[in-house]
Design a protein around this ligand. Structure first.
Ligand code: ADP
Ligand code: MG
Length: 852
């Protein structure tokens, strides 16, 4: 027998809970599923005045759960739904001015924090099912904690979890009180299958139906709960079950978010008859279905995960973790001992992940990042995350938002377009499309296009000539967008009543076409909720040109340019490369935006990025939709073939070069800059800038040091580049630079008087006492060396004086073959002591020379 609400286990900790909330304002409640957390704690809070006269907002991970919990709580209190107790989910709400307990989902609360940063009127926020680690739960909790610390110390925060496995949570919430209830559960026997099952061979719904029918026959009373990943598998399971069970003893009832509310209620409500309920993981911990004694677990769930191909989250069927399986099994032990059949082997169970990855680690963050920015959190990496997301995922989100014009490209702060996008609870890509469509009066078409890009492929790919001709006859020969062709294809499918034959004739996938409408209708409803006037779907109002702008707005991160005419190779913004799909209608567009960017693995392991669902655009359009995004740059560049610097004119969209043309002669400043860089990096040299230049500069610097009275500026390392720049000035080609004469510029460094002083005081050749001339070199360290052959030195016995004696001079005595024999700074001693010793040997070696 189901328990009376007041006998539910959480009421045993009622006193502790009330005290914890009053004392600490922050409480972590842990109690197993079915204890009464979701239905009882909001009521306790209301009845005990824990939220003062404020509202109690309960954040739920799932819409279905929010609605059903509200309904249950309203009925327990005997009040109408939407009065004291209500719910608010995307596109649906039942609330009023009287509402005191409000069940909400997803971004509802986070958005409310944007429009009302201090959450006026809210006294308590309850984070339910926190163990599921939904993205919005994580982020909203972070914001609520910030708010409580900053300006709302009276705001009460309750975090509820069905398991103790949320690591780091109590530290994150500290200081916080903990209230734990053991709940009451009965043992559940878990059975595994013997051998691994292959759902490719026998579909999971058949296997599950078989197992459920067997269990139904086996257990004496109670209901059976079957877990399936999604609506489709649930429908198939129900079908298979009805075959097996007949309608005699059991009602077969589906439970998932896409059913009508009446159908959903039927799965939970007591009918007096036994039931087999086939549900998604909404029945795992969010909803308790009373009376379940047996569980069949497919072990699968649809999970949202970022899909890099489409740049949004995709639902993929994945294997659930051990923790999830544990919870699912637990559903059989609520009212009496139960049994759970797992459709996988025990051995495989051991290999499964112990717990699910939190959404923040696997989902696209663009929407929540935008909301955080709107709430004034500019540094999203610095946000107090319970589990910080991958920095790459944050960067990806910010880059996308900047691409969509929602954030300022530099400061990464939210823009006015970004704020307008927030009105639509959608992925920012689609929110941006709706903003544009609203302004251009083509919401219905944009909604259909959004649905087409999000759903399964609508057009048959790479069709033959016959279908191509049929398409041309039916839809015209317009070559603007693959999306328009798809839009026409969808309308055609609807017009023909989804005739398989007609659709095949023009290459349209009927199933995909069928799915477009419901998705598109959702977009239209969201647009209307956001205050945009939208025509009914299917009605054609806006111009196609307006629609091109919407597509561009939503896919601005996929702007691509053909690299050449001969191939399909393209370059995209942010330096990515890709290939235009061979069957795209925009074959001759130089610039387009892709609605689909997918990575295709080739046979030899290489990956190609394929650009599909393309729409032709041009630079003027880019600038119109994203003002300031297209700029003209005038630059100069070294042409490696012509070996000259020429001017270039570039048109750039963000970081994608749209046009790059030679534009005549480069300015001399630009040419100098580029040519000097070549010199600096050692790829280009002025031939006459040789050792003599270096020596000359060393002399100048020496003169400057020894004779400050001449007021010579020494040539620094920087000055060398100033001189070089002057030498190169006016040149455009590498050859001109090579052949430049540096000397006029070098000499120009000094005045004529200074130049004369240089030659006089630090001569390169000087006359010695015997009338002969000898070479003098000045090393960079400032020593002077006079070099002369022995014979030239005959008759010189006093030391040589240079720079008026302000510089010591060394004499390098050379043999007749110019080889140094001796370096001395005292010539008379050389003649006296060294010369006699070497003379003999030298004269023998060089007998033809004079030897005094
Ligand atoms: P928890 O949040 O701790 O999992 P709930 O508050 O959701 O627990 O549910 C507590 C109990 O209330 C369930 O075990 C069930 O008996 C009952 N209950 C909850 N929702 C319904 C409903 N829609 N119909 C009937 N009984 C319900
Ligand atoms: Mg609950």
């Amino acid at each position: 027998m189901p328990l009376e609400p007041k006998n539910l286990p959480v009421h045993e900790v009622r006193g502790a809970l009330i005290e914890a909330v009053r004392m600490h304002g922050r409480v972590l409640v842990q109690a197993p599923t079915g204890s009464g957390k979701s239905t009882q704690i909001p009521q306790i809070a209301l009845d005990e005045g824990l939220a003062a006269d404020g509202e109690i907002v309960v954040l739920q991970p799932r819409r279905l759960a929010a609605r059903m919990l509200a309904r249950r709580v309203a009925s327990e209190r005997g009040v109408p739904l939407g009065g004291e107790v209500g719910y608010q989910v995307r596109l649906e709400s039942r609330v009023s001015a009287e509402t005191r307990i409000r069940f909400v989902t997803e971004g509802i609360l986070l958005r409310r924090m944007v429009s009302d940063p201090s959450l006026r009127g809210v006294g308590m926020v309850i984070f339910d099912e926190f163990h599921e680690r939904h993205l919005h739960g994580d982020i909203t909790l972070g914001r609520a904690l910030q708010l409580q610390r900053a300006s709302r110390p009276d705001l009460r925060i309750v975090v509820m979890s069905a398991t103790l496995q949320v690591s780091g949570l109590s530290g994150y919430l500290a200081p916080c009180a903990q209230v734990v209830s053991q709940g009451r559960t009965f043992p559940v026997r878990v059975r595994y299958v013997e051998k691994p099952l292959d759902f490719e061979k026998s579909p999971v719904w058949d296997v599950a139906a078989e197992a459920a029918a067997a269990l139904a026959a086996e257990i004496p009373d109670g209901d059976v709960l079957v877990f399936m990943p999604g609506a489709y598998e649930i429908a198939r399971t129900c079908e298979a079950l009805r075959h097996r069970l007949g309608a005699r003893d059991f009602d077969v009832l589906p439970l998932h978010g896409e059913l009508t509310t009446a159908e959903q209620d039927r799965a939970v409500d007591e009918s007096g008859r036994r039931k087999v309920i086939v549900a998604t993981n909404v029945a795992e911990t969010s909803l308790t279905i009373p009376g379940v004694r047996a569980v069949v677990d497919s072990g699968l769930a649809r999970m949202a995960r970022f899909d890099p191909n489409r740049g949004i989250d995709t639902l993929l069927i994945e294997k659930i973790s051990q923790a999830s399986a544990e919870q699912r099994a637990g559903r059989a032990g609520r009212t009496a001992p139960g049994v759970c059949v797992r459709l996988w082997t025990e051995r495989e169970h051991g290999n499964r992940a112990s717990a699910e990855t939190p959404e923040v680690k696997r989902m696209d963050l663009a929407e929540v990042v935008l909301t955080l920015k709107a709430a004034g959190v500019v540094d999203v990496a610095g946000f107090p995350w319970l589990d910080a997301p991958d920095p790459k995922a944050l960067l990806r989100a910010e880059t996308l938002l900047a691409d969509l014009g929602a954030l300022d490209g530099r400061s990464l702060e939210i823009t006015s377009a970004g704020r307008r996008m927030l009105r639509f609870p959608l992925h920012p890509r689609y929110a941006r499309m709706l903003v544009e469509a609203g302004e251009r009066g083509c919401v219905a078409e944009a909604a259909a296009i959004a649905a087409i890009t999000q759903g399964r492929p609508l057009l048959v790919r790479n069709v033959d000539r016959r279908i191509e001709e049929a398409r041309e006859r039916t839809f015209g020969e317009e070559r603007v967008s693959d999306l328009f062709l798809a839009l026409d294809g969808w309308r055609y499918a609807e017009r023909t009543g989804f005739s398989v034959e007609e659709c095949r004739r023009v290459g349209v996938h009927v199933q995909a076409a069928r799915q477009v409408r419901s998705l598109a209708e959702q977009f239209v409803r969201i647009a209307r909720e956001g205050g945009i006037d939208a025509a009914p779907l299917g009605e054609q109002r806006g111009e196609r040109e307006a629609l091109v702008r919407c597509v561009l707005a939503g896919f601005a991160d996929h702007v691509a340019k053909r690299l050449d005419r001969g191939t399909l190779r393209c370059e995209l913004v942010h330096g990515r490369r890709g290939m235009l799909a061979r069957d795209s209608v925009v074959q001759d567009a130089a610039l387009f935006v892709a609605g689909e960017v997918s990575e295709i693995g080739g046979r030899s392991g290489e990956v190609t990025t394929l650009l599909g669902l393309c729409t032709r655009v041009d630079a003027a359009l880019l600038e119109e939709v994203f003002p300031g995004s297209v700029r003209e740059e005038h630059t100069a560049e070294l042409d490696p073939v012509a070996k000259r610097v020429s001017a270039r004119r570039r048109v750039v969209f963000r970081d994608l070069v749209l046009e790059d043309r030679e534009a005549g002669e480069a300015t001399s400043d630009a040419a100098v800059r580029i040519l000097l860089r070549e010199v600096k990096e050692g790829r280009l040299a002025i031939e006459r800038w040789d050792e003599t230049v270096e020596l000359w500069m060393a002399r100048v610097n020496l003169l400057a040091r020894l004779f400050p009275e001449f007021e010579i500026a020494p040539i620094s390392e920087d000055d060398r580049w100033v001189i070089l720049e002057q030498v190169v000035h006016g040149a455009r080609t590498l050859r001109e630079v090579r052949e430049r004469d540096p000397w006029p510029t070098l000499r120009g460094w000094l005045s004529p008087e200074q130049l004369a002083a240089l030659d006089r005081l630090l001569p390169e050749r000087m006359e010695m006492a015997n009338g002969r001339k000898a070479r003098v070199t000045y090393a960079k360290d400032g020593t002077a060396t006079l070099s002369a052959r022995i014979q030239e030195l005959y008759g010189v016995d006093r030391n040589v004086v240079i720079a008026q004696g302000r510089l010591p001079v060394r004499i390098e005595v050379l043999a007749p073959n110019q080889r140094p024999i001796q370096v001395t700074d005292d010539l008379s001693r050389f003649w006296k002591e060294t010369y006699p010793e070497i003379k003999h040997a030298l004269s023998r070696r060089y007998p033809r020379h004079e030897w005094r």
